[in-house]
Design a protein around this ligand. Sequence first.
Ligand code: NAP
Length: 287
Amino acid sequence: MEITSQTGLMALIGDPVGHSKSPDMMNRAFQEMGLSYVYVAFQVKPHELRQAVEGLRALGVKGFNVTIPHKVEVMETLDELDASAREIGAVNMVMQTEGKWVGFNTDGMGYLRSLKEELNPDLKRARVILLGAGGAARAVGYALAQAGVESLTIANRTVEKAEALAEHLGRFTKTDAVPLGQAERAVKEATLVVNTTSVGMHPHVDETPIPIEWMHEGQIASDLIYVPRRTAWLQGAEARGAHIHAGMGMLIHQAAIAIEHWFQRKAPVPIMKEALIQSLSQPNAEL
Ligand code: NAP
């Protein structure tokens, strides 16, 4: 794409950002859509977050993404939050609307779209257990609770965090909390088991969040991790007859939803997937 004086800037802010695959996906999407925009990742230190957000506003930027460690703190620098960001308590996408910065969270919706696209389970009859209670669990738990799942159990190493999340989501569906190490019964009774912990992520690829033996035929094993593309837990669950759903789809769809908000156009999901796979398979990819 030719960069001219008309070219617009879209951004990602985080710290670190050097490993991010978002610029590869976003720039390929813009190119495919014929948009004269470039998407650039900026490393922003926590004490400079407010200046960075104000700087983007002054530059007339249409929107930007936010990643770790700024997803919560960025909320204080924005003018408004939509319901998803308020409920999840974190922002991963910002859009300028009538001169105001409005914060959204597209992670939960991205997860749901990916799950529906790949496996399309009957969510109204789903008994769900979330392994983990961090930021990703909040987003995915909110999306699943809103989708009307039958029940939602949160299992976390630090049980107090599971209890707090279960209480928060209890307005939408039946919830409860258990310590991760004591989740065997809840896992066996679940129709959808979602790993939102970082256990099994590169470079600790042999670790699993729960014993593989807890999984059985007919369940869905869903893992948010996308490096590796199929974690040891997913491979083990599949060998025991479970249907599997990996984290890459969520990463693509949360970005696609951001594009749709910014440009009011459908995002080229297959092209974004191709760009992401290519980027992850680079021999020197910094993961
Ligand atoms: P986070 O807020 O730091 O939460 C981490 C969670 O993992 C916590 O529940 C933590 O439990 C648990 N955990 C960490 N190490 C553990 C261990 N050794 N044993 C048991 N539990 C452990 O992180 P996050 O932002 O939620 O991200 C979690 C994972 O989701 C990461 O792998 C991330 O890459 C992935 N993710 C993927 C996408 C996507 O688009 N596919 C998007 C967001 C996140 P404690 O509370 O006890 O510490």
